[in-house]
Each structure stands twice: as C-alpha cells, then as structure tokens.
Design a protein around this ligand. Structure first.
Ligand SMILES: *Cc1c(COP(=O)(O)O)cnc(C)c1O
Length: 374
C-alpha cells in the first residue's frame, strides 16, 4: 500500500488520449510499413531548412536555451505584426493552454466554458487545476451555439475556449462572427481562440481573429498557434500564444524556465523563413482535402466540411466505425477514432500526401465492399 499522499484530482484523472504510434502498430501486426493519419501532422514532413538549422546547432545542445526566447519572440512579433510583449512561447501550445488555467482560474471560485466536443487538453488541464468546466454542446452541424455559451458565462468565468478551425470537425468560424461573440463576453473573461489549424483555411484573413484585432480586444482575447501542424515540427514541441501583455507577463513568470528547448527554437526560426515549405504544405493539404472528401463521399461516407488538415466522417450506413478503424489498422493505416471526443460513430483522418491518400481510398474501397456484403 502506497502511503504517500496523492491528490484526489490526480487519483481520478482521465489522461489525454493520443493517436496510436507507428511503432506499436508495426510490431502488433507485423507490418513493413505503417501510414499514420491520426494526429494531424504535416503530410510532407520536416522542412529542409529546419533540418539544416537543427543539425547545425546539434553541438549547442549542452547549453541552456536563452531565457525568455527573445529571438523567437522578436521573429514571431515581426511576422504577425504584434508587439513582443503579447507573445508567450511554450512546449507546444499544450503548455500555453495549461498556463492559461494556472494563471487565471482559482479552484473553487472560477469556471471555464468549452464547447462539446472539444480538443482533449482543455478538459484535462481544467480537471488537474480543479476548475469547474461548463460544456456547451455544438450544433448538429458542428457550428458554435455562441448564444448558448453566453448563457453559461458568469462573473466567475475565467476563460472560454473556441477552436477554429475546430478539432475534430474542421468547422471554421468567420472572423466577423467571432468578433461579434468577443464583444458580448464580459470583460472579466478571457476569450481563448485556438488557431492551431488557421493556416489551412481557404483564406486565413477571413477566419483569423488575430489579423487586425480591434484595439479594445487586445486585453480580452488570447490566440493560440503552433509549429506542430503547418510547420511540421510536432516532435520538437513548440507553440505560442498572443495575449494581453499583462497576462503574458504573468505567464512568463510562472512558466518553467527552459520549457522550449534550444533545437526547437532554432528550428522555429528557420521554419518562419521557409516560405516554400509553407506554401507546399498548404498546396498538398488543400489538394488532398478535396480529393479525400470527394472519394470518401463517393464511398458512401458522410464527410463534414473541413478547413483544417483533417476530415471528420461517418462511415456508410450499417458499417461500424470501430470495425473500420480496426480493419484499417491491420492493413497499416492509423486513423483516429473519436470515442474520447464523445463521438464513437465518427472517424477523423489527417490529410496525407497524395500516395497515402490514394492508398487509404484503395484499402477502404475493398474493405467497405467486403463489410457491406456480410
Ligand atoms: C494539435 C493541436 C494543438 C497543438 O498542440 P501542440 O502542443 O502545439 O503540439 C493545439 N490545439 C488543438 C486544437 C490542436 O488540435
């Protein structure tokens, strides 16, 4: 019997559910090749400039990173056209999400509002911090019922999270609509807009709340971005937030001093310069999204419109989502079941490169033909 105290929120903690890894599936099914389309990673890999930057600095790994990541902060500020004092970098935007809870919400006093389903990390970090989570069901087409959300917000609501484009649906909110929502939120509550997938939209100016943010909203809105998706650096762990300067200051004070490692920082600086890789990624994702959406629909799936680098779909009538997921696994294709999002009948697939997308459709075509016969 362990005699060390364990906090009760830790004892009952429901950990974040991650996508399956390539290695575990390769071993389990004895496969030569496994294609992972489960975690919305970049379909063309790592930018050559990022690889070069990391290799060149490998010998610097014995040094601590520069405290406060000033070079990266300056590069991001320049790129985004915002003041450096609004930027906080972290070990993935996951860390920024965690810090937002820790900086703003007090257990037993405050609450946080999220939509349901939502990205798994909002509920996990709320639970860990002992913060009451208020959930608003999304509309059936996965758009946001903003009025309903407002009815749950009170003077003790510290944060409200909106993910756009949303995970797992891919639904994106128009900037105008988001701005109108922001205006109605009490000044005591911070609107957190998670823009992890904003680059993949048809036109980010139409969707991002960051471009040209009205001055009076600067102190009321935080925007989250990441190098994990469009910049192909998920394994290096680097994300950031653009937020009210005062909150950014508190975040910097409590953030673990060296949570962004030196190679991630150098990689990110190179990624910001690699416009060719960035454009190529967008081209591959947008083209693959159109292809997969059309093909999945033709196979009888119900595909939800997506502005992100993934698609959410319901398999054809009579075909079980778990069954498809498991059969695809055996053939070396990892998709994402959405049970942890409360959507057991849905699947999510990340857009792969054109060969991976075609392979998925070929395998699914055979599989669905077979499953529907029995
Ligand atoms: C992938 C993702 C992130 C990014 O996470 P990192 O910690 O930066 O890798 C943030 N929010 C959402 C909704 C995501 O899907």
């Amino acid at each position: 019997m362990l005699t060390i105290p364990i906090r009760s929120v830790v004892r009952s903690f429901q950990p974040y559910t991650a996508g399956l890894s390539i290695e575990e599936i390769r071993q389990k099914y004895n496969l030569d090749r496994v294609i992972k389309l489960a975690s919305n990673e970049n379909p063309i890999g790592v930018s050559p400039l990022v690889q070069e930057a990391i290799c060149k600095r490998a010998g610097l790994a014995f040094r601590y990173p520069q405290s406060g990541n000033p070079r990266l902060k300056a590069a991001l500020a320049r790129k985004l056209g915002v003041n450096t004092d609004r930027i906080v970098t972290g070990n993935g935007s996951d860390e920024i999400i965690d810090l937002l809870f820790r900086v703003t919400a007090t257990s037993g006093v405050h609450n946080v509002v999220v939509f349901q389903p939502c990205f798994g990390l909002y509920p996990t970090q709320a639970a860990l911090c002992g913060i009451e989570l208020r959930r608003v069901m999304l509309n059936t087409n996965f758009s946001f019922p903003f009025e309903k959300a407002l009815s749950l917000v009170d003077e003790n609501t510290a944060l409200i999270f909106v993910t756009t484009p949303d995970n797992p649906s891919g639904h994106a909110v128009l900037r105008e609509e988001l701005l109108a929502f922001a205006e109605k939120i009490p000044e005591t509550c911070l609107l957190v807009v998670d823009e992890a997938y904003i680059d993949f939209t048809d036109n980010s100016e139409k969707y991002s709340i960051l471009s040209d943010m009205p001055k009076h909203l600067i102190d009321r809105v935080a925007v989250l971005r990441t190098f994990s998706k469009v910049h192909g650096m998920a394994g290096l762990r680097l994300g950031y937030g653009i937020m009210p300067p005062e909150i950014a200051d508190y975040m910097w004070r409590i953030r673990l001093p060296f949570s962004v490692n030196i190679l991630a920082e150098e990689g990110a600086l190179a990624a910001l310069e690699d416009t060719a890789f960035y454009s190529k990624t967008l081209e591959v994702v947008r083209c693959g999204r159109t292809f997969l959406s059309k093909e999945l629909t033709q196979l009888g799936c119900h595909v939800f419109p997506s502005q992100a680098n993934f698609l959410m779909f319901i398999p054809p009538k009579g075909v079980n989502a778990h069954k498809i997921f498991n059969e695809l696994l055996k053939q070396g294709l990892i998709l994402r079941p959405l049970d942890s999002y409360g959507l057991p009948d849905f699947l999510r697939v990340s857009i792969g490169n054109s060969e991976e997308n075609k392979y998925l459709i070929t395998v699914l075509h055979k599989l669905l033909g077979f499953l529907q016969c029995i």
